[in-house]
Design a protein around this ligand. Structure first.
Ligand code: 4AD
Ligand code: MG
Length: 478
């Protein structure tokens, strides 16, 4: 008999028939009740073992995380706590799990930190099962949104010779022997002898390649892994993360903001509709976690309330200049509570400032725009004032920056001048400049950090807990 997924069994459609289920034991209680989970849902199916007619040897092997196959009748349960259960007539242990050495003992309430070291097994817990299902549905929502709007999905290269953000925080890709690389006559490493005949890196963003496609296909999006060698050991940064980057020809910055807001609201709504049970569980988890925090650090809203709030309220659009005024006059700035005091226009905003604006001042998602040119990337369009660029960052409560984007500099001369001033190699980016030589047009795009979105939707607080196998400084296990 083919096995039926627990999710389908719990829907009740097969009640009073013989069924087979396969999964992993979560708990085994009173030598009789197996809580079986197969990953299809947060819920377990209760399997009632006829212990009097089951050999003691077999009962002993029903341990946490053992994989089992149970066959029996699906019936309405008389016990509290579940609607249906399987009255087991045949039980088969598929794979044993030694109770002494299985590392995750749920009754000891393992910490998230502990579970990170067991990333290959943590997905067998309720919380991580829920997070990973939500992540998967969010990814589907991303594709559904763009595909329904006629965007073309573009796979930009992972290995690249370009530094899109000009921040220089890249992982080098090479096949040269590091202990004895070939040298040029003047003693430098000879990258002509490297695999690609040049210096290459893992991409920090697919934007520049994406722009070339937008200038032909009109509206495109990327969704792929990106890499940053920034040594920031925070709860918001990964060295390997997934980014979604739409790019749209003929969109100005206002259109770009409209797109970002509509997109974020769509994917959250989509996921709330499809992941009700998982989100309800994660809401409870968050409430539990927050009990241990001082009142002032707890969220004002429960998870689902917070998600609904984002759906029902427009994001507040505020210029950088207005934001600086607000920050300069704020209590934490005056009382020198910020680590970085805001004194003048031009200061780069730190996450403490972003979070103040979102969480204390506006109390809603905020889109900051028109930043000083010199704290933003070279490709952003210069405003008429000559000192700000058409940049936008979207800031979210509890997250800080979730989106970074801009209207792009479409004027060839202005772009080249900017690159010269910043020392960006024109020859390296000849192909990018071609888009401004041949049929240039106003265009805009943004990048959304997928894990930051998953953080927000799941109510988790550390980015290491929303990606299967996190890559962070000093950590590339698994
Ligand atoms: O603001 P960023 O650096 O923008 C870009 O890369 C542009 N090329 C995007 C574009 O316009 N097409 O990164 C975009 C987003 C950030 O807002 C943040 O959500 C996320 O990517 N991000 C990270 N997420 C996790 N770990 C990191 N180290 C991240 N760095 C950026
Ligand atoms: Mg940014």
């Amino acid at each position: 008999m083919k096995h039926t997924k627990v999710k389908a069994l719990l829907s009740g459609s097969k009640v009073n028939t013989e069924v087979n289920a396969k999964g992993w034991v979560r708990t085994f209680r009173n030598n009789q009740f197996i809580a079986l989970n197969d990953g299809s849902t947060i819920h377990n199916i209760q399997c009632v073992v006829d212990f009097e007619n089951t050999p003691e040897e077999t009962l002993k092997r029903i341990t946490t995380s053992a994989s089992v196959s149970v066959t029996g009748t699906l019936v309405e349960s008389k016990g509290a706590g579940q609607k249906y259960e399987i009255q087991v007539s045949k039980l088969e242990i598929l794979g044993d799990s030694d109770a002494e050495t299985y590392p995750i003992q749920l009754r000891n309430k393992p910490s998230l930190e502990f579970l990170r070291e067991k990333a290959h097994l943590r997905v067998r817990t309720n919380a991580f099962g829920a997070i990973m299902r939500v992540r998967s549905v969010l990814a589907h929502a991303v594709h559904t949104y763009f595909q329904e709007k006629g965007f073309v999905y573009v796979n930009t290269p992972v290995i690249t010779g370009a530094d899109a953000e000009g921040a220089g925080e890249m992982f080098q890709v090479t096949s040269l022997p590091l202990d004895n690389p070939p040298r040029t006559e003047d003693g430098n490493i000879d990258y002509k002898k490297d695999f690609f005949g040049k210096h290459t890196n893992l991409t920090v963003s697919g934007q520049l390649e994406g722009e070339t496609f937008a200038m032909a296909l009109g509206q495109i999006y990327t969704f792929g892994p990106t890499f940053r060698a920034e040594n920031s050991n925070t709860s918001r940064h990964l060295a390997e993360f997934w980014m979604i980057e739409p790019e749209v020809a003929f969109n100005d910055l206002d259109d770009n903001m409209d797109l970002a807001e509509d997109f974020i609201q769509y994917v959250i709504k989509y996921t709330m509709d499809k992941c009700q049970d998982d989100l309800k569980f994660l809401e409870g988890r968050l409430l539990e976690e927050e009990k241990s925090k001082p009142q002032a650090d707890r969220s004002e809203m429960a998870l689902l309330e917070k998600l609904n709030f984002v759906l029902e309220n427009n994001f507040k659009r505020v210029s950088y200049t207005e934001a600086i005024d607000i920050l300069r006059d704020s209590t934490p700035n005056k009382k020198k509570k910020f680590q970085y005091i805001i004194n003048e226009w031009g200061a780069d905003l730190q996450s403490e400032h972003e979070r103040y604006l979102v969480e204390k001042h506006f109390k809603c998602p905020v889109i900051l725009f028109d930043y000083p040119a010199n704290i933003k990337a070279f490709y952003m369009r210069l405003n008429e004032d000559g000192k700000t660029v058409r940049a936008m960052d979207i800031l979210f409560p509890g997250i800080g920056e979730i989106v970074g984007g801009s209207q792009r500099e479409e004027r060839y001369d202005v772009l080249v001048e900017k690159m010269k001033a910043l020392g960006i190699d024109e020859e390296e980016l000849w192909w990018y400049l071609d888009t401004r030589r041949f049929g240039s047009a106003v265009h805009s795009g943004f990048g959304l950090g997928f894990e930051r979105l998953v953080l927000f939707v799941t109510g988790m607080t550390n980015i290491r807990d929303v990606i299967p196998f996190p890559r962070t400084p000093q950590n590339a296990e698994f």
